[in-house]
Structure formats: structure tokens, C-alpha cells
Ligand binder design. Structure first.
Ligand code: SF4
Length: 81
């Protein structure tokens, strides 16, 4: 049986932060580096507008599990890891 992948998107002005909860190992790297964006106690738990696009991209590239990625609004919806 195929397991359905859950994909959540959190939009900022310039990009969507894409989060795949099945992949997340809850290492907390995101929360540690950008606590103003990632707060598991709040809903939505990711608020991309609280950081600049550069800050978001730098942080997303450090996610150890690959659960986080992003889609820039300007690039034909291509997913960049
Ligand atoms: S850094 Fe990645 S793996 Fe760690 S909690 Fe955040 S999303 Fe999950």
C-alpha cells in the first residue's frame, strides 16, 4: 500500500515554506535558528513572514531530515531543496 505523503505549505511574500511532517525528525534545528518563525506551540507553527527570504533559505538548507524545502513564487513553482 502506498503511503500518502503529507505536504504543508506556509506562504510568505516571496516563497512558500514546504514542510513534510512524515520526514521531520524533530531535531529542532529550525526552532533553534529561527525561533521567531518556527514555534511548535503556535498555529500555524511556521510563520515565514517573521524572517527575511535569505534567512529562511539559509535555515531551510540546514534542516537535517529534508522535511523543509521551499518554493519561490517567481520560479514556475519548482521545488528547490
Ligand atoms: S529542522 Fe527539519 S527535522 Fe528539525 S524540527 Fe525542523 S523541520 Fe523537523
Amino acid at each position: 500500500m502506498e503511503k500518502k505523503e503529507i505536504i504543508k505549505k506556509y506562504a510568505s511574500t516571496e516563497l512558500d515554506v514546504v514542510w513534510k511532517p512524515n520526514k521531520c525528525i524533530h531535531a529542532g534545528e529550525c526552532v533553534k535558528s529561527l525561533p521567531k518563525v518556527y514555534n511548535p506551540k503556535e498555529k500555524p507553527w511556521i510563520k515565514p513572514d517573521n524572517a527575511s527570504t535569505d534567512e529562511l533559505i539559509a535555515q531551510i538548507s540546514k534542516c537535517p531530515s529534508g522535511a523543509l524545502s521551499y518554493v519561490k513564487h517567481s520560479t514556475n513553482n519548482k521545488e528547490i531543496q
